[in-house]
Design a protein around this ligand. Sequence first.
Ligand code: ADE
Length: 227
Amino acid sequence: MKIDIISVVPALLESPFAHSIMKRAKDKGLLEVNCINLRDHTTYARAQVDDYQFGGGAGMVMMIEPLVNAIESLQKDTRYDEVIFLTPDGETFNQQMANQLSLNKNLLLICGHYKGIDQRLRDHFITKEISIGDYVLSGGELAAAVLVDAIGRLLPGVLNDETSALTDSFQDNLLAPPVYTRPVEFRTWKVPDILLSGNHARIEEWRHEQAIKHTEERRPNLLSKEE
Ligand code: ADE
């Protein structure tokens, strides 16, 4: 999969994909992430990409021209399955959306800044608007990094069996059960006996019960969601 990201602060996107699982995905050739500096696509003086909003009001707005220049220059080489704008008023991101997006070949992410982007870009170029939660970040870059990470780890071959995405929280509308590792006893706190029993069928049953209990306690709304 290829994910291109248009940003005014591409440096913010250097580290998130340079380590751990995202690095492995890139090294294995399963995920390509390219960051495009919006300022390289403006024809305005001093690399300007934003301007005052018509009608007055606080906050600058990202201009349509540099964004369209950037998008159309990328589209010369790539047919994007989705052009996604990261914005707090978008659809709230969740695991189902990550699963769905991971099936695509090429994605283009656009990071907003300032007061937002000119509405005409949203009307004519953007195919999906996504928020990572009900809070406002200072730009879309961290949200883009969240999307790339959540999507990238689902690509076949990125995770090994031990870290299989199928047992993650949310994959079946359940939160993951508790996990333990050595030592068997720390201070007076013991690992549940069942996990040491070697009885895999009973262990799976216990994990499922724990997942339901954990979900009932923390996120009961997930239990009423359709599978
Ligand atoms: N840009 C600013 N805040 C955001 C959010 N919560 N989600 C996605 N993009 C954003």
